[in-house]
Design a binder for this molecule. Structure first.
Ligand code: PHE
Length: 349
């Protein structure tokens, strides 16, 4: 029996199997226990001898069971350590990370160029009153130019700003010249959408006011921007144009040498005296000095969407705002315009 039991114990390959072998021999109804129960039928001498033998057997089997149990536990532990081992040299799982929107990149790039020329970056409200979006920009209610910019009207009489030029007024209203600012932001037009028209898009405005600012300064600023964005061979071209808030007014284009073509980028001009007068009126109403009449300045406004469309060959302006990741993720890797531009400090009004 001892040999048989030891074989069964050593052959048990799980803790469960070992337990059942143990029960089979050493349990309450086990074979060894049954032997002990037969002792009562023996003579005292036989009983002493046999009793000692059975107890020895019992000790041997208990020791063997314990030894086998230790082996099995050790093996189980080793198996678990092996299966849970971590290979720290394996590549990690990449978390999906966001990137800056292509228009944000262009706005950062433009802001960075102008910050390096000493301009401040200013942002402001998109819900605007008629005064700041139109009247103070020399566009009174009767002015036909108001129809050129089809407007989203709110029920309370305010508008969604049709251009970032509202910030010319807002900034001058509370700041004194000399000043140099650029304004990136969203604008809204109530018009049918197509590949080149969207009811919400972006603009980038510039305003410089001081003593003796001339059209040459405007040209210099636009040329500097052109070279920074399109390379040192970029040139600028101005063509007479009409905007109520500038006089003279001019549309400007930049020569994109790499593609050998002109890019029509936006409008510009010398700040109209009526704008300075309107600003002084607004300042006076706030108890501030009339300080703008007699100053000179230039302003410009351009479309970053157009820059992105031409630079990256994006055929439809609606792609920018449809949030289709197949489109947007294509621009994450473009290091032309990334992190450093995000650092331009900006003032929010
Ligand atoms: N605000 C004009 C527009 O939206 C652009 C512009 C800005 C023109 C500044 C001249 C000066 O079309």
């Amino acid at each position: 029996m001892q040999e048989e039991a030891l074989n069964a114990i050593r052959g048990a390959d799980t803790l469960e199997a070992l337990q059942s072998v143990k029960t089979q021999y050493l349990g309450k109804n086990g074979l060894v226990t049954a032997q002990l129960k037969t002792l009562g039928t023996l003579t005292p001498d036989e009983r002493r001898e046999r009793g000692a033998a059975i107890n020895l057997l019992k000790q041997i089997l208990e020791a063997a069971t314990q030894a086998r149990e230790n082996e099995l536990r050790q093996a189980a532990l080793e198996a678990r350590l092996a299966s849970e081992a971590i290979d720290v040299t394996l590549p990690g799982l990449a978390l999906p990370a966001g990137g800056l929107h292509v228009i944000t990149r262009i706005l950062y790039e433009l802001s960075d160029i102008f910050t390096s020329l000493g301009y401040a970056v200013v942002e402001g409200q998109e819900v605007e009153d008629e005064t700041h979006n139109f009247d103070a920009l020399n566009m009174p209610a009767w002015h036909p130019a108001r129809d050129l910019q089809d407007t989203f009207w709110l029920e309370n009489g305010q508008v969604l700003r049709t251009h970032t030029s509202n910030m010319q007024i807002r900034y001058m209203e509370t700041h004194e010249p000399p000043l140099k600012i650029v304004v990136p932001g969203r604008v809204y037009r109530y018009e049918a959408t197509d590949a080149t028209h969207e009811s919400m898009f972006h603009q980038f405005e510039g305003l410089v006011v001081g003593e003796g600012i001339t059209m040459a300064d405007l040209k210099g600023a636009i040329a500097e921007m052109g070279r920074a964005m399109f390379g040192k061979n970029a040139r600028v071209r101005f063509q007479p144009s009409y905007y109520p808030f500038v006089e003279p007014g001019a549309d400007f284009a930049i020569w994109w040498d790499q593609e050998q073509r002109w890019l029509e980028l936006g409008g510009s001009g010398m700040v109209h005296p009526n704008v300075f007068r309107a600003v002084d009126d607004l300042r006076e109403a706030r108890g501030l000095t009339r300080i703008y009449e007699g100053k000179t300045g230039f302003a410009f406004g351009l479309g970053p969407n157009r820059i992105a469309m031409l630079r990256y060959g994006i055929p439809d302006i609606r792609y920018f705002y449809a949030n289709d990741l197949r489109v947007l993720t294509q621009f994450r890797g473009d290091l032309n315009s990334t992190a450093p531009h995000a650092r331009a400090p900006k003032e929010t009004m």
